[in-house]
Structure formats: C-alpha cells, structure tokens
Design a binder for this molecule. Structure first.
Ligand code: GTP
Ligand code: MG
Length: 476
C-alpha cells in the first residue's frame, strides 16, 4: 500500500550517514517521570570499561515486558531471593500470582493492583560487554506518551510479543499497541529491534514452532513497512519471560528442541549501535531538573561532548551557564559524549527558569529556537477518518518537547509513487497522505532540521491519545 511505502521512505531517511542513533529525551508530561528501580549491586557497577546502551521494552499491554525485564534483573543478580519471595506473597495477596516477576519493574501500588505499568521503569544490568539501562514502557494505550518518553531515550528496542492464543492477534490488530509502538519506536530513533516472542511456555503455545513461525511471518512485512531493514536491524527469538527460558542461558533442548539460535543476553551483547559524533556541536535536551547545591538538569547527550568548566547556553532562552559537575549514574566524570544519560550541575541559572524541552547547547553553534517550521508529514490514522487541513490542532512530541501545535498551511502533497511534490494546490489530505506543511506553536521551541540532527528533527503528532502522524522538520 502506498501509505506504507511513504512512511518507509520517510523513516528510512534516518539511515542518513549523519544519523546519531541515540534517541532524544522526551518528557511526556508530569506522569512521565521514570521510576528508578534500585539494584543490590549499585555500588559495585564498573562504569568506565564497558559500553553503555539504553534498551526500551515495548509492545502491547500484558505482553510480558515487565515480567521479562524483572526476570532479567533477577537472573543478572540485581534482585535477591528474599525480595522475590516478598513479591510472590504480595502478588498472591492481590490475586495476581503470576505477576510477581513484573513487580520488580512495577514498583508503585497502582501498577501492582492493576497489573499494568504506568510510568517507565528504569533499571540497570550488565552482560559481558555492555552496561544496559532497561526502560520498561507501559503497553496500555492510555500511557503512550510515557512510552514515547521511554523510547526516545533508547538506543535499541526489545519488542515483546505474546504468543498466547488470541493475544498476538489483539496486539497486532489495527489499534493494537504492537503496531503503534513499532511505528513510534522507528520514528523516535530506535534503529535496532529484538523481537522476543514471549509466553512460549503457555499451555496454548507449548513451544510450538508453528506458532512462532506464524508470528514471525506476520511481523516481518509489518516491520518492513515501518521502516526496519529486517535482515540488518531486526532479530527474532522465542522466550519465556516468566520461566526465564532463553534469556541468560541458551534454550534447554528438553524444553524446546528446534531453537538453536542465541539467547536474549547474547543477542543484546552482539547488537552493534553506531555512536553519535562527539565532535559536533553540543546538544542535550532536558528531561528533568531539580535543585541540589545549584541547579541540576538531566538528559541524554544527542551530539557533541560536554566537559567540566564548559560555558553553554540553555536554549531557547540563551541563559549562559557554566558546567560545575557531570554525573553518569553516581559517578562524577570530567567529560561525556553522545548517548550518555547525564545529570549536570550548572551555575548561572535558577531551576525555575528551566523547562522540560529546553536544550543545553553549545554557545558557538546553539540550537535554533522557533515558533514555526516546515515539516514533511506522513498521515497515519486520523480520528474517525477525519480530513487534515489548515487549522488542524494536535500535540507535538519532538525530543523532550510536548507542545500544542497547529497546522497553519498545507504546502504541497508528495506523490507517493514518484516521491516528488505534486503540482496542484492542496487544501486537505486524508489518511495515508504525505504532505509538506507549516506547523506553528505558541511558545518558542528548540528544533533542528532532520537532515542536520535527525534526533532533534523528527516528531510525532497525536490527538486524543492517538498517534495520527509522524514527521520530520525540513526547514526552519
Ligand atoms: P503492561 O505493563 O501493562 O503493558 O504489561 P506487561 O507487558 O509489562 O506485562 P506483564 O509483565 O505485567 O505481564 C502480564 C501477564 O502476562 C502477567 O500475568 C504475567 O505473569 C504474564 N506473563 C508474562 N510473561 C509470561 C510468560 O513468559 N509466560 C506466561 N505463561 N505468562 C507470562
Ligand atoms: Mg509492564
């Protein structure tokens, strides 16, 4: 179908050589603050030797993201037996016996009672080669903004799919979050995906190769349409998050005789992610801030290098600040480059003067601040098949910015076949169209052209809780 071609072409552009794989940090409103899951070994973690990757767990509600994330922490020694026993009891008391592994990631009461993740859970573990930060996104459609926040901080994604009878189907239907999450992840810069077919132990599946193959064969065309190069960027594997099968160690042949591929830890270890350029102008979108002996901002470096003592701007206000200290987790470091999640202590600015979505930026080459830009949009699914015209209002999610926006003018429709702008004047478009338009916001926001900084120039538009379009900034 044409729309899918277009989305692919739009998203494939992210294979631009200048691409920085690190995703931007999005704060999706006050609910989106990640919750940090403590681990028993925090102090022992070695920071410097190994590479660091952020991995977001995505997929339809109840696919087993939190269970798998919890099991990974348990298997890597981050959670002790006593805690597990405590969770088993608590889950039982709530008549949610099988949820105890998810309780490792779902730490607040609402999440445990309902059995649904709300806030992105954040935890750490290590394999042979890599320090990982897990971002456990919620699957429920009400919390997609939180999922966007998680995915936008990630380098790679683990897409969890339930193989249980009926569950794969519901997640994969139009309107199911398997689809929405994949499309969002791609747009938000998650370039590599591990697709784990979970609940293989379920009685309706019983490690059936046929079921696994069925899911794989249905997912592959969809992943391609969403812009993933399935051969290079995607790997499928069967697991049971609940039983812990094929996670840390390879599959036990007595459980599943036909799988001789890697286990999840091996797959995570071997993923290669190109790192951003430490020599380009510095950019760090701010996802959070607080007071602590000065002003501390949090975010992920999208480009360039930051050093203690640097003078930087906080854009769009151009407040000049000095870098007093830089922290990666608990460790103070002298400098940090692309992909690192940082806390940076600043002097020269009050905490009240910083908002989520502001960008810590180089002085010589600061990020642009605008109230209007031109973008190429691919319209995915309008509510009730509405039409898309000038005057359309939506919520814009771009790096850590969340702002109301209005489409002020449609400029040109792009021909899906030739990829060239069409001559005739365009007044409205429908689902599936690709269109150039002018987008306006009422407050100054920091954005970049997609061709300059892909992570700061790609965005999604949402209305009434649904993603209706993905786009890229083409001119400022
Ligand atoms: P949300 O956060 O609400 O999107 O759900 P989730 O994807 O985090 O799912 P969660 O881990 O909370 O698990 C949902 C249910 O699936 C729980 O009852 C789990 O016990 C069950 N489950 C998860 N993984 C497995 C598995 O590998 N096998 C079986 N049989 N059940 C599983
Ligand atoms: Mg969950």
């Amino acid at each position: 179908m044409d729309i899918e071609e277009d989305i692919r072409s739009l998203q494939l552009d992210s294979a631009d050589p200048k691409e920085e794989v690190q995703a931007q940090a999005v704060e999706a409103g006050p609910k989106a603050k990640d919750k940090e899951i403590p681990s028993v070994q925090d102090e022992e973690v070695e920071q410097t030797e190994k590479r660091h990757l952020n991995v977001v767990f995505i997929g339809h509600v109840d696919a087993g993201k939190s269970t798998t994330g919890g099991q990974i922490l348990f298997l890597s020694g981050q959670v002790d037996d006593r805690t597990i026993q405590k969770y088993e009891k608590e889950a039982k008391d709530k008549s949610r016996e099988s949820w105890y592994m998810a309780y490792i990631m779902d730490t607040n009461e609402e999440e445990r009672v309902k059995g649904k993740t709300v806030e992105v859970g954040r935890a750490h573990f290590e394999t042979e080669t890599t320090r990982f930060t897990i971002l456990d996104a919620p699957g429920h459609k009400s919390y997609v903004p939180n999922m966007i926040s998680g995915a936008s901080q990630a380098d790679i994604g683990v897409l969890v799919i339930s193989a249980r009878k009926g569950e794969f189907e519901t997640g994969y239907e139009r309107g199911g979050q398997t689809r929405e999450h994949v499309q969002l992840a791609k747009t938000l810069g998650v370039t590599k995906l591990l697709v784990v077919v979970n609940k293989m132990d379920d009685p309706t599946v019983n490690w059936s190769k046929e079921r696994y193959d069925e899911i794989e064969s249905k997912m592959i065309p969809f992943l391609k349409q969403s812009g993933y190069n399935v051969k290079k960027d995607v790997l499928f594997l069967p697991i049971s998050g609940l039983m812990g099968s094929n996670l840390k160690t390879r599959m036990d042949r007595s459980i599943c005789s036909w799988w001789d591929g890697p286990c999840l830890f091996e797959a995570l270890d071997s993923i290669e992610v190109p790192m951003g350029d430490p020599k380009r102008p510095f950019r760090m979108p701010i996802i959070d801030k607080f007071k602590d002996m000065g002003t501390v901002v949090m975010g992920k470096v999208e480009s360039g290098t930051i050093r203690e003592g640097d003078s930087l701007f906080i854009m769009p206000n151009k407040d000049q600040v000095k870098v007093v200290a830089i922290y990666i987790d608990e460790n103070r470091v002298k400098r940090a480059g692309p992909g690192e999640n940082l806390r940076v202590r600043l002097s020269g600015v009050e905490e009240e003067d910083i908002l989520t979505g502001f960008v810590l930026s180089s002085v010589a080459n600061p990020i642009s601040a605008v109230t209007e830009f031109v973008a190429q949009l691919a319209i995915l699914e309008l509510l009730d098949n509405a039409i898309f015209t000038a005057g359309y209002k939506a919520v814009l999610h771009i790096h850590s910015v969340v702002e109301e926006c209005e489409i002020v003018e449609l400029l040109q429709q792009i021909d899906p076949k030739t990829k060239k702008p069409m001559k005739k004047k365009v007044l409205f478009v429908k689902n599936g169209a690709v269109v150039l338009c002018r987008v306006q916001v009422s407050n100054m926001i920091c954005v970049e052209k997609f061709s300059d900084f892909p992570q700061l120039g790609r965005f999604t538009l949402r209305t009434e809780g649904k993603t209706i379009a993905v786009g890229k900034v083409t001119a400022l």
